[in-house]
Write a protein that binds this ligand. Structure first.
Ligand code: MG
Length: 379
């Protein structure tokens, strides 16, 4: 579906769950006068969308050209909040599973969108998994509440937008000619490049990029190294070539081996596949130096913020990552980026059919939109 068709039809597509008879309200008054229209209720709707990638995307375990996605809206009293579920196939979620989850959600039982903790706890209680579908609701709810309050989320969180970090830009695994070309394209636009490693071609990839530029690099092995000695050797070799951190060096369950690497590594080691939600931070905290938080894994902005605070309390570093997503979910993650050490928020830059203008990259740095909510403008 083309983006304009989506924007036209999304308002009528999808079906809000049947209205419940009990209305759950907050006990404290909000800035917004929820009683002024009396019977205003939140209406949830959604629409499947296929994200098209600019280039075929290759990591150590697979390649792909599209990503399934579901765009979500929550409407309330003339305001619309936008959300999104992106489902890279390797995580096991599908358009069907996301839509089946959204069918079960009844937001009409809540008096207004401000009871976010109650609403999100209810949404989380519907099933064990379904993190992308839960994230879509969380993101739309944040957008809606920010619009009702007339403020962008970085401000509601209390963050300084000027502290939003540089985002890394991913150079996929490819032939030396293509890697050289992609690196040349990225130079000038980005201050940090991310390289997917974990294959036999690792050293060739890095040396090809280093033949073009000396910008800081970060690497992501996506569980690709299977032996801790080999992984540590590579990490030391990479560090000598200006690599600043490494993500997920070994398979997610090999925490003892990863802890051994982290203890000896000259650069920080971040968990990605080993961590999904808040409760995982405690489980992996001794094995990694930091965590990669992604909204599609952790159920959204509310839990992401709790993960940032908990990781900080444990003395860990934090990065915000993303899947291939439209600017909707990437902008939602970007509102949390002033609080993190590394940002890998290039998912919207890798796609050819974005639906929104939101966060942008200027001189390599994330620039947060100042409009209320997520600050998105539909394209
Ligand atoms: Mg990763």
């Amino acid at each position: 579906m083309k983006r304009r068709d989506f924007l036209k039809t999304a308002a009528i597509a999808g079906a809000a769950a049947a209205a419940g008879s009990t209305v759950i309200g907050c006990s404290s008054p909000s800035i917004y006068n929820v009683n002024r229209l009396g019977s205003a209720r939140m209406k949830l709707s959604w629409n499947p969308y296929e994200i098209e990638l600019r280039h075929t995307f290759t990591v150590s375990s697979f390649s792909r050209k599209t990503t399934p996605d579901v765009q979500v809206k929550i409407e309330f009293d003339g305001y619309t909040g936008y959300g999104e579920a992106s489902m890279p196939p390797y995580l096991g979620h599908t358009v069907e599973s996301v839509c089946a989850f959204l069918e079960k959600v009844n937001l009409e039982q809540f008096a207004d969108p401000f009871c976010m903790e109650d609403i999100l706890a209810y949404v989380d209680s519907i099933s064990e998994g379904d993190a992308p579908a839960k994230a879509a609701i969380d993101i739309a709810l944040h957008d809606l509440v920010g619009k009702l309050m007339g403020q962008p989320w970085f401000r509601l969180f209390g963050y300084d937008a000027a502290k939003a970090p540089a985002t890394s830009f991913t150079i996929g695994i490819d032939t030396p000619e293509v890697v050289r070309e992609k690196t040349q394209e990225a130079l000038g636009l980005y201050k940090v490049l991310k390289v997917k490693v974990g294959m036999d071609s690792d050293k060739e990839m890095i040396e090809t990029i280093r033949s073009v530029t000396d910008v800081p690099l970060v690497v992501d092995a996506n569980q690709g190294w299977k032996d801790k000695y080999q992984a540590l050797d590579m990490i030391c070799w990479l560090h000598e070539r200006g690599v600043q951190m490494a993500e997920q060096p070994m398979p997610k369950e090999m925490l003892d081996d990863i802890a051994w690497i982290t203890e000896r590594s000259p650069m920080p080691i971040f968990a990605d596949e080993s961590i999904q939600r808040l409760a995982d931070v405690r489980r992996i905290k001794g094995a990694f130096s930091g965590i990669n938080i992604k909204l599609m894994k952790c159920t959204g902005m509310s839990e992401a913020r709790k993960m940032i605070d908990y990781a900080r309390a444990e003395g860990m570093k934090v990065m915000m990552g993303c899947m291939t997503e439209t600017s909707c979910a990437v902008t939602a993650a970007a509102h949390l980026s002033p609080a993190v050490d590394f940002a890998d928020l290039d998912g919207n830059l890798l796609i050819s059919n974005d639906l929104f203008k939101g966060v942008t990259v200027e001189d390599g740095l994330l620039r947060l939109p100042s409009g209320p909510g997520l600050g998105l403008n539909p394209l």
